[in-house]
Design a protein around this ligand. Structure first.
Ligand code: 5GP
Length: 202
């Protein structure tokens, strides 16, 4: 029988505009050795995004072919585009003892939990819905129509945050990043103790 995977699988979710990407980047600067899972997506790259770094930008045809071949650990249709996590990336990291973090939506996170119950689910929530709308408008990357889709999805996602192991309210990035760092390091430390980690004990 195979043992428990050596690395931790962290899943970070939260409505778009909630700042989870920023928190993840601060975490990665502070805590070395966590891999970022580079998702596949059919959406167009934004100006500051690089193929193979932020996402693997692929066509819908390629996405469907990979889906048919069973390459995705999870996938979802989000805000009008397909997104998916390659199973091979996750398995490779965990089996070689490295921690990996997925930054994915709620539908995907729940698929990961079903496939890999030992995953650690962390939800980043905005301080309020009004604040989220304000942040998304300020970011200015979306048309009004796309913005409305994102806000609608945000409400649905926030309703599901109770299914996560941890909820971090991103009221201030430095405080929220401290909380995220503490959570990740606590799992790492707990792994070294007999019996391992469980979110109830953290
Ligand atoms: P964005 O287009 O703003 O980069 O991402 C839109 C949403 O898709 C975000 O909530 C993001 O976390 C989610 N997302 C990104 N990659 C994946 C993925 O591989 N799978 C799933 N299910 N969601 C993803």
């Amino acid at each position: 029988m195979q043992g428990r995977p050596k690395g931790n699988l962290f899943v970070l979710s939260g409505p778009s505009g909630t700042g989870k990407g920023t928190l993840r980047k601060i975490l990665f600067e502070r805590v070395p050795g966590i891999e970022f899972s580079i998702s596949c997506t059919t959406r167009e790259p934004r100006d500051d995004e690089k193929d193979g770094v932020d996402y693997r930008f692929i066509t819908e045809r390629e996405f469907r072919a990979r889906l048919d071949d069973g390459e995705f650990l999870e996938h979802a249709f989000v805000h009008g585009y397909y997104y998916g996590t390659l199973r091979s990336d996750v398995v490779r990291a965990l089996e070689s003892g490295r921690d990996i973090m997925l930054e994915i939506d709620v539908q995907g996170a729940l698929q990961v939990r079903a496939a890999m119950p030992e995953s650690r689910l962390i939800f980043v929530s905005p301080p309020s819905f009004e604040e989220l709308e304000h942040r998304l408008r300020d970011r200015g990357t979306e048309t009004e129509e796309r913005l409305r889709v994102r806000l609608h999805n945000a409400r649905l996602e926030m309703e599901q945050s109770c299914k996560y192991d941890h909820v971090i309210i991103n009221d201030r990035a430095d405080r929220a990043a401290d909380e995220l760092t503490r959570i990740v390091l606590a799992y790492r430390d707990a792994d070294k103790r007999p019996g391992g980690a469980s979110h109830e004990t953290l």
